[in-house]
Design a binder for this molecule. Structure first.
Ligand SMILES: [Ca+2]
Length: 212
């Protein structure tokens, strides 16, 4: 009975190791690292970024303008992770859908878990509605504010179909809301059942060898 416990622990530890490696660069939309200083706040404590901007390390702005916000700002919007977050509606809250994307290495047919925090501000600003897309797959995620500045963690799984995948977060309903918060994006490979079984069997083999 003792060896069975050892096997379960080793498989769980390995799975945990796999799931913790974020495949995204700067998933928290921070500035830097030094000496990079791209964030130059305006008098509101934010920065408007137009489409095609690469000011946020690792990311490219898509569609309409977005807002890159420091936690200390005119609106009292706080990041869910570290000091900076995004408002995909930008400052003007009009026009087409603002968004942000990043391309990273993937393995075709491999499943990937995308975790991210979406922010809703206050009821009068409307509900947050964000569409996430990758490898010709997409899903929408909503959050309706009941107080002020609420972050909710969402998750989505897509299957890669090539050696590189572009992940995009965009406003899903640009005319509906004044704020679509986004922060703390993490992408990890989903361990395949076959490889987990392999780990368990490998662990069992090692335990048996050790006992012998
Ligand atoms: Ca952040």
């Amino acid at each position: 009975m003792k060896h069975l416990v050892v096997v379960v622990i080793s498989a769980t530890t390995l799975m945990g190791t796999v799931s913790q490696a974020n495949l995204l660069t700067n998933g928290s939309f921070e500035d830097g690292p030094a000496p990079t200083v791209n964030f130059i706040p305006d008098t509101f404590g934010g920065m408007q970024l137009n489409t095609a901007s690469t000011a946020i390390p690792g990311w490219t702005v898509t569609g309409d303008q977005i807002a890159w916000l420091h936690t200390t700002n005119f609106w009292g919007i706080t990041a869910s992770d570290q000091t900076k977050s995004l408002d995909l509606t930008g400052y003007n809250n009009t026009g087409s859908a603002g968004g942000i994307e990043q391309t990273f290495a993937t393995v075709a047919s491999q499943q990937y878990l995308v975790q991210f925090d979406i922010g809703a501000q206050q009821p009068s600003w409307g509900s947050t509605d964000i569409i996430v897309s990758a490898a010709s797959q997409s899903a929408t995620f909503q959050a309706t504010p009941t107080g002020t500045q609420q972050w909710t963690t969402k998750s989505w799984i897509f299957t890669a179909n090539s050696a590189f995948t572009t992940l995009n977060f965009s406003e899903n309903n640009p005319s509906q809301t004044l704020y679509n918060g986004l922060d703390n994006a993490i992408v990890t490979a989903v361990p395949e059942p076959a490889s987990i079984l392999g780990l368990v069997l490998g662990g069992a083999y090692l335990v048996r060898r050790r006992r012998n």
